[in-house]
Ligand binder design. Structure first.
Ligand code: PEP
Ligand code: MG
Length: 325
């Protein structure tokens, strides 16, 4: 698949009506790194750091993590890499970490909630990231932020670790950017301060959709029941885009939908200008973007909505089929 899109690999994704869409890749394992070259990714939009913890049978050491993160930054060759701090709990359980059974793990003690209650592991991880950056740019993103305070507390912990590392004589990163994943509907309606304080926001569409429709993403019976192109969900996305535009906050989308053509086109037409996806999806998505007009797709969406459609998918698919034919 990567071969097929080799001719457009080094081209930026610009739509026919002139909109530039930045395409980055999701990663988490060392095996993903060669894709930085082969896919044409403009950086790593989501580095899922928990994967390094999940493939081990004991807690990794700080030095070990620092060397892994340094290799990721080396492989990116100056392209931005967004490191998401540990997103454990829910479906991702560390075999060596003691935890109690929870009735609803997806709604339970997970991700930033664990990190704020027991900050030891995240602090160690942040130290490893600062050392890995070794004077280069560092971008950190906190998962599963559900209210403003969680973002501020996470950022405060990072700031304290930066001061500590400096005292210990480690070089500080050239720049530090701190962002939040938007994965719960609550954050679409968060105080303005959240949008002002975050250096960037990335929509975690997998979780956002799960919580918006109250449909478990792990449950085969319900996980495909609600369409990502449902007008309600698109409305939520548009609201987030509008809020980010008001405050000038950088926004990206890093759920699996970013790698699906109709979804990616609708996200771009709704104002998303940065998408992060599986490396193998970058070529195909770029191919579609290069041949699309976002203004037309936006019209198709608005017309379908005005006509009372539940999902804009049929209209968007008909439009794409017509243009291909
Ligand atoms: C998401 O929720 O959309 C996301 C990108 O994070 P993860 O799939 O790792 O939960
Ligand atoms: Mg998520």
């Amino acid at each position: 698949a990567l071969q097929r899109y080799a001719s457009i690999r080094d081209r930026p994704a610009v739509t026919l009506d002139g909109h530039r869409v930045v395409l980055r890749m999701n990663a988490g394992l060392m095996a993903d790194l060669p894709s930085l070259e082969s896919s044409g990714a403009e950086g790593v939009g989501l580095f899922r750091t928990e994967l390094q913890f999940l493939v081990r049978n004991k807690m990794p050491k700080r030095a070990e993590l620092a060397s892994i993160y340094a290799r990721v930054l080396d492989a990116a060759k100056g392209r931005p890499v967004t490191f998401r701090t540990l997103d454990i709990g829910s479906d991702k359980v560390l075999p060596y970490m003691k935890r109690t059974e929870e009735p609803n793990p997806a709604l339970g003690w997970r991700a930033i909630r664990v990190a704020l209650d027991k900050p030891g592991i995240m602090r160690m991880q942040l130290q490893a990231l600062i050392r890995a950056a070794n004077g280069r740019a560092l971008t950190v993103m906190f998962p599963f932020i559900a209210q403003l305070e969680e973002f501020e507390e996470g950022r405060d912990i990072l700031m304290r670790e930066l001061e500590r590392e400096e005292r210990l004589g480690h070089p500080l990163p050239e720049t530090v950017r701190v962002g939040a994943m938007l994965e719960t509907p609550s954050m679409a309606f968060a105080p303005n301060r959240f949008y002002e304080r975050a250096d960037f926001i990335s929509i975690g569409g997998n979780d956002l959709k799960q919580f918006f429709f109250a449909a478990d993403r792990e449950n085969e019976r319900v996980r495909r029941r609600y369409d990502s192109l449902n007008v309600s969900f698109l409305g939520l996305i548009e609201h987030i885009v509008a809020r980010c535009n008001e405050t000038g906050t950088e926004l990206s989308f890093c759920g699996e939908d970013a790698g699906r053509p109709a979804e990616a086109l609708c996200l771009a037409a709704s104002g998303l200008r940065m998408l992060s996806m599986r490396p193998a999806s970058i070529g195909p998505i770029k191919h579609f973007l290069l041949r699309s007009r976002l203004d037309e797709i936006k019209d198709v969406i608005d017309t379908a909505r005005a006509e009372g459609a539940q999902s804009v998918r049929p209209a968007v698919m008909a439009y794409l089929a017509e243009r291909a034919g």
